[in-house]
Design a protein around this ligand. Structure first.
Ligand SMILES: *Cc1c(COP(=O)(O)O)cnc(C)c1O
Length: 768
């Protein structure tokens, strides 16, 4: 985008006049933020309008979550005016970095929502016509604070700074019908700017409003039969994002959210398609839809319902749906595969349920064995099965994950429809996750190999011959990033982290399968070792955690308390704190992640093998030049393939080993012969830590007792983890170690989301 400083500042000033009754001199931070953003939107409008008109097939990415993070810096970067706007503001005495206070748009929980955000950015940057469709939650993922080491949740008022990057598109509003009420859906469109290519795609987020406040004249066809609406209920649908990551909670409001989003999106798309005078049978030639997990799967029966209202037969509608939908699975954990109660669903959405039954009948008509294949069974609707049956393609998100889908989770389906199953390994956008968060390192790379890697990440491989040459710069920049992070942690958390310590980082949602507990055990192991003098010359290390726990996830919250207690013990110990520090940062989010991944020396990716479908955090660290300390799980496997296992620190049971031992496993066999582990476990119950609510005791029980003791094999992998982790820490500091780190960066090309979306387009969407 071309940039004229004088005109830009004039635009900013005029917007300040009109919207805030102030000028550049008197504007406050918030006013300035809104005016600067809106001035950019003014400039970007023509390109946005042009992109919308582009001919050819488009894909709709349907997702209940979009974890966008902060928009302003990314948008300026992609428009190629980051430095220009910085300069323009500086010329009037304002600092662009003041906008680092702007709230993240946290309309997602974790990996799945962040993936959606990366894909939108990458699609725009690779000129693929992909638009996002989701929900404009009034409150996004809760804000996390610690009190006495316990997590406390607070409301996330992400609109506090305004929403200058969205446009309310009143003219595209439509009505979504539930059996008990009609709701008005109003879209807010957010531009998604491609990286310096003039492409602008759209993220359309629907907001719920009462119908009553709306102009009925616009809805001729609905006149007279709109049900009375309760204002309170209408807005409530989009009130808040469900804070559960990877767990199914069968709440009716959640079902309403899901239907609200897909119904509004499909009504809008079909209406426009018809208005263009096209035959509905050709819909799959113009549109396809990617279902991001099971959350938007109601789109399938909803499209069939809409088409039947247009006069098509069930089978015609079914064929169109089968031609248009595709499904991404993100987890093999049973507790995350969505199932809905038939009574609840048929009560709330009778005509949608009718189409689901139609799909079940169709499945039987196609001659599939009713015992092995079902959508509705025993009073339950199985959303994943519905998605697989009707979709053209089903994909897993890393090689190992897709293989598990084929051989275990969806084995029956794979045997029936082998051609449906494809793998698309996840990716991350290198713009936000290197150019933006680590600009100094990006500059060094530019200096050696040019800027081609910004949009073709495989080119990082050509940095390999320069690894020795840039090692001093790499070390210096990592050191500076660590200093900045340490200062930020001091400010936000009040904890001192000496910047010369090794930064060992585990940041991701808190889940038992992700095994933050295993990391915690290792810290106590090192603590006791140093304290007792068994471990000498311990390499000074800061163990850094960031994670939110779902408010209802008892064990996850217990782990947070445990680690905060360990932090208090270690940091408060005069002897040990010379070589060890522990900090659990509060309110881990995208913006915190940007600061953490460029300052890390070790990336903890230690899930029980087979349980992390892919991970994308692992890719962010790799791209910033960090070795992985991890299991052979998810994309870690492919990271090792690309960067060399010898350049990472791999430990623990493999998937095969996990499968072989999980049924016969008894943690006591290990605890009894490992006094060290026994001592660590005992800290949960022997009064070492304050536990007034008894959460640590429950943690102890989850490892040692119950129906399935130590379900995630923490004790099983403990010894190997310690061995490899200690090796990593002892390797740290040598040129050899920094070379390993850099070689990971050089090998990160595969994990660009640009590659992922191109794979989707080539194998599934056939767009662009
Ligand atoms: C990337 C990211 C995640 C996903 O991390 P994983 O380690 O892959 O689970 C979650 N939350 C935020 C804020 C992220 O940026």
């Amino acid at each position: 985008m071309k940039f004229n400083r004088k005109e830009f500042l004039q635009d900013v000033e005029r917007i300040l006049h009109a919207d805030f009754k102030c000028d550049l001199k008197s504007a406050g931070k918030k006013e300035l933020y809104n005016a600067v953003s809106k001035a950019v939107m003014l400039e970007a409008y023509p390109a946005w309008a042009a992109s919308k008109e582009a001919a050819g097939k488009r894909c709709g990415y349907f997702s209940a979550e979009f974890l966008m993070g902060r928009a302003i810096f990314n948008n300026l970067l992609n428009l190629g005016i980051l430095e220009e706007v910085k300069g323009a503001l500086a010329s009037v005495g304002e600092d662009l970095s003041q906008f680092e206070e702007v709230e993240d748009a946290a309309l997602g929980n974790g990996g799945l929502g962040r993936l959606a955000a990366c894909y939108l950015e990458s699609a725009a940057s690779t000129n693929l016509p992909l638009d996002g469709y989701g929900i404009r939650y009034r409150y996004g993922l809760f804000r996390q604070v610690f009190e006495d080491g316990y997590q406390k949740e607070e409301g996330d008022d992400w609109l506090r700074w305004g929403d200058p990057w969205s446009v309310r598109v009143e003219r595209d509003a439509c009505i979504v019908r539930f059996s008990d009420m009609d709701i008005l859906a109003v879209p807010y469109d957010m531009p998604i700017f491609g990286y310096k290519n003039g492409v602008v795609n759209t993220l359309r987020l629907w907001s719920s409003e009462p119908v009553r406040a709306f102009d009925f004249e616009l809805f001729d066809t609905m006149k007279g039969d709109s049900k009375a609406v309760d204002n309170f209920n209408a807005t409530k649908i989009c009130d808040v994002l469900y804070p559960n990551d990877n767990t199914m909670v069968g709440k009716l409001l959640r079902l309403r959210q899901q239907y609200f989003m897909v119904s509004a999106s499909l009504q809008d798309i079909v209406r426009k398609f018809k208005a263009a005078g096209k035959d509905l049978h050709t819909l799959p030639e113009a549109y396809c839809f990617q279902l991001n997990d099971t959350h938007p799967v109601l789109a399938i029966p909803e499209l069939i319902r809409i088409l039947r209202c247009e006069g098509l037969s069930f089978d015609e509608a079914f064929e169109i749906a089968r031609g248009a939908f595709n499904f991404t699975n993100h987890t093999i954990m049973a507790e995350a595969l969505e199932r809905w109660d038939v009574l609840a669903l048929s009560d709330l959405l009778p005509s949608v349920y009718e189409q689901i039954l139609g799909c079940q009948e169709r499945l039987e008509r196609e001659g599939l064995d009713r015992d092995r294949f079902f959508i509705v069974r025993d009073g339950t609707v199985h959303m994943a099965n519905l998605a697989i049956f009707v979709s053209s393609k089903v994909n897993g998100v890393a090689e190992i994950h897709t293989n598990i889908l084929k051989t275990e989770t969806f084995r029956n389906w794979y045997e029936q429809y082998p051609e449906k199953f494809v793998n698309i390994t996840n990716g991350i956008t290198p713009r936000r996750w290197l150019l933006l968060n680590n600009p100094e390192l990006a500059k060094v790379i530019d200096g050696k190999i040019g800027e081609g890697w910004h949009t073709d990440l495989k080119q990082l491989a050509s940095l390999r011959p320069f690894v020795d040459e840039i090692l001093p710069d790499f070390k210096r920049i990592k050191g500076e990033n660590k200093q900045k992070l340490a200062a930020y942690i001091k400010e936000r958390e009040g904890v001192d982290i000496p910047p010369h310590f090794i930064f060992d980082v585990q940041i991701k949602r808190l889940h038992e399968y992700k095994r933050q507990l295993l990391n915690a055990f290792s810290i106590l192991h090192f603590y006791f070792g140093v304290k007792d003098g068994r471990i000498t010359d311990f390499p000074p290390t800061a163990f850094i955690f960031g994670a939110k726990a779902a408010p209802g996830y008892y064990m996850a919250k217990a782990v947070i308390k445990f680690i905060n207690e360990i932090a208090k013990l270690v940091n408060g110990d005069e002897d040990v704190s010379k070589v060890m520090r522990v900090v659990f940062v509060q309110d881990y989010d995208v913006s915190y992640a940007e600061k953490l991944v460029c300052a890390a020396d070790a990336s903890e990716q230690i899930s029980t093998a087979g349980m992390e479908a892919s991970g994308t955090g692992n890719m962010k660290f790799m791209l910033n030049g960090t070795v992985t300390l991890g299991t052979m799980d998810g994309a870690n496997v492919e990271i090792c393939e690309e960067a060399g296992r010898e350049n990472n620190y791999i430990f623990g049971a493999t998937v095969d080993e996990v499968n072989a031992v999980k049924h016969s496993y008894n943690p006591w066999d290990i605890i009894n012969r490992t006094p060290e582990l026994s001592r660590i476990l005992n800290t949960l119950v022997d009064g070492t830590f304050s536990d007034e609510r008894g959460v640590l005791k429950r943690l102890y029980e989850s490892i040692t007792g119950g129906y399935e003791p130590d379900r995630y094999l923490v004790c099983y992998d403990f010894a190997d983890y310690i061995r490899v982790k200690e090796a990593l820490l002892r390797d740290y500091g040598s040129d050899e170690f920094f070379k390993k780190s850099l070689l990971n960066l050089c090998a990160a090309g595969k994990f660009s989301a640009d590659r992922s979306v191109r794979d989707y387009s080539d194998l599934i969407w056939h767009i662009g």
